[in-house]
Design a protein around this ligand. Sequence first.
Ligand code: IDC
Length: 352
Amino acid sequence: MARHTFRLRAVLALTASLVLPGTTLGVAHAAPEPVVAAAALPAGSPAAVNGQLRVCGTKLCNSAGKQIQLRGMSTHGTQWYSRCVTDASLDALATDWRADVLRISTYVQEGGYETNPRKFTDLVHRYVEEATERGMYALVDWHQLSPGDPNHNTALAKTFFTEIAQRHRDKTNIVYDIANEPNEVSWSAVKSYAEQLVPVIRAQDPDGVVLVGTHGWASFGVSDGGSEQDVIRDPIRASNIMYTFHFYAASHREEYLSALSRAADALPVFVTEFGTQDYTGDGGDDFAMAQRYLDLMRSKKISWVNWNFSDDFRSGAVFKEGTCSGSSFSGTGVLKPAGVWVRERIRSADDF
Ligand code: IDC
C-alpha cells in the first residue's frame, strides 16, 4: 500500500514537472524520491498495538478508544547530534528503554532547517522510518525557539509539514509538533499560526494528531505572567489537537506543577519536553521534584518526552560524553544520572 502510494506520487511529480515546468505540487522544491523504503510496524510494538491515535476529550486515545500515556525521548537538535541517532542507539531506545515515542527535533534556526531544508527534511524522513521499523511513534518537532514567534517561520513550516505529512500520511505512528516553544509572543499570535498550519497538515493527513506549543516557552503562559486561562478562553479552532507544556524540574516549581495539573483537567496536554535539571538543560538534577511531575502525569495520563537523547556535556543529555562515538547504547553504563533515572521510568511496565 505504502509502496504503491510512493510510486503514484513519483508519477504525479514527474507529470507535474513535464507539464508545468517549475511547479512543485505545493512544496518549494522538487518532490524527492523516498530516502529509504517505507517501513512496517513490528507486531506487538507500542505503535502497532495502539495504532492511529486520536484526541478523546482531554486525553490521548489509541485506535480502540482506550486512554493511553506515551513515554519516550527527544533527540537533541539534529544539526548537532544526528550522530547520536543511529541504528544502535534507536535499537536501545526501542528494546532496552522500551520507549513508545521518539521526538525528532528539527531546529529551524541555529544552523538547522533554514540553512538546508532538503537535508533536514530528508533526515526527518529517515528518522520517521527508523522509528516505524522499531514500532515507536514518531513525533516530528518543528523546533522554533529563537525568534520565539512561530509566525516568523510560517512559510518554512508550511513547506516542511506539507512534505512530511504527504510522505507519511499512510502511517499510523506520526504525530506533528508544530511549534516547540513560542516565547515573547502572545497566545493569540500562536493560535493564529496554528490555525494556518493545521489545515496544511490535514490536507495531506486528515487524521494525524497535531501538537501546539503554548506561549511562554510552552508553559501555558505561566512564565509570562499568564495562565492556562489564556488558552481556555481562546482555544485553537481545530479538532484532534493537543497543547504542549515543558518543564525543567530544578527551575520550574509549584506554580508550574499546579498549572500543568489545572490545564490537563480542561485541555488535552502533551508534555513534549522536560528535564530533571534547570532550564538550561544543565546543572544538578532534582529527581524529587521531577518525580512529582511524573506522578501527576501518570495519574492524569499525560504523555511525556524527555530532553535529550545525546551525549552533549550537559547533565540533561542522557549519554556520557563520547558515547555517540562508540556503538554501545544499552544498559546504564553509558548513561549520566539523568539518563539512568529516566530510562528506568520509561521502561517501567505500565499499561498503555
Ligand atoms: C538547549 C540545548 C543546548 C543548546 C540550546 C540552544 O540543550 O545544547 O545550545 O538548546 O538552542 C528548551 C528548548 C531546548 C533547550 C532546552 C535546554 O526547547 O532547545 O535545549 N530547553 O535549555 N526549553 C527549555 C529548556
